[in-house]
Ligand binder design. Structure first.
Ligand SMILES: [Zn+2]
Length: 228
């Protein structure tokens, strides 16, 4: 059996490959993403697509391509699904905050996020792989106290947290979020993509190390892959 891996494709876009071979793309901003090292054609046979909200730097424009070149299960809010189906995407399953859906043996739990969106409410996801590993993708959000509840309810192996400020948490909030969530590993995202965002996650790393969570930080470069 292989290992669970996740690859940062820049900004908030991640590809999770489970040990059982399930490919999950989160926030599929490939075309137009200045930090993304791959083309949409490089991502074939996706099994699951998750979209935290319908802003262009998260939903992107490639979902119709992925839906027509494969048979991915798309797990999003009903309003987001309606928007995709207006763009010609067939299938998909609507779900909402608090709920868990199982697709291809992977459990996907939708959780809250505090942000804005065109349709639906922004959300985050907790993915539980077939062998029980848990990855939290926070989407775009400011800090919220019930991240502590998520930390109580789920033993997170990995937390993917936005740190770039301006539209999302800054380093200070994101580092405190790590203390609430208590993941084994915290990975910053949504920084360095465009000028208004912070350029690095150095301060995030420093603050997490100073804090008492015991979480490790791992700063990826776009294209980097790690096992979890
Ligand atoms: Zn957004």
């Amino acid at each position: 059996m292989g290992k669970n891996t996740l690859q940062w494709l820049g900004h908030s876009t991640f590809l999770v490959n489970t040990a059982r071979g399930t490919k999950i793309l989160i926030d599929p901003w490939i075309t137009g993403n200045p930090a993304c090292p791959v083309e949409k054609e490089d991502l074939s046979a996706l099994d699951i697509i998750l979209i935290t909200h319908d802003h262009g730097d998260h939903m992107g424009e490639d979902v119709p391509f992925f839906a027509s070149t494969g048979d991915p299960e798309i797990l999003v809010q009903p309003e987001v699904l309606a928007k995709l189906s207006a763009d010609g995407v067939e299938g998909g399953t609507g779900m909402n905050i608090g709920g868990t859906a199982t697709a291809r043996g992977v459990e996907v739990t939708m959780v809250q996020a505090h942000h804005s969106s065109g349709v639906g409410s922004p959300c985050g996801y907790i993915i539980t792989t077939e062998d029980g590993k848990k990855v939290y993708h926070a989407g775009d959000t400011g800090i919220f106290a019930t991240m502590g509840t998520l930390g109580d309810l789920y033993e997170l192996d990995v937390a993917l947290l936005p740190t770039g400020s301006h539209f999302v948490m800054d380093d200070r909030q994101a580092a405190h979020a790590v203390e609430l969530l208590r993941p084994k590993t915290a990975i910053p995202m949504h920084f360095g993509t465009f000028p208004v965002l912070t350029e690095t996650a150095d301060e995030f790393v420093r603050l997490v190390e100073q804090g008492g969570s015991g979480a490790k930080t791992k700063v990826l470069r776009p294209g980097d892959e790690m096992e979890f």
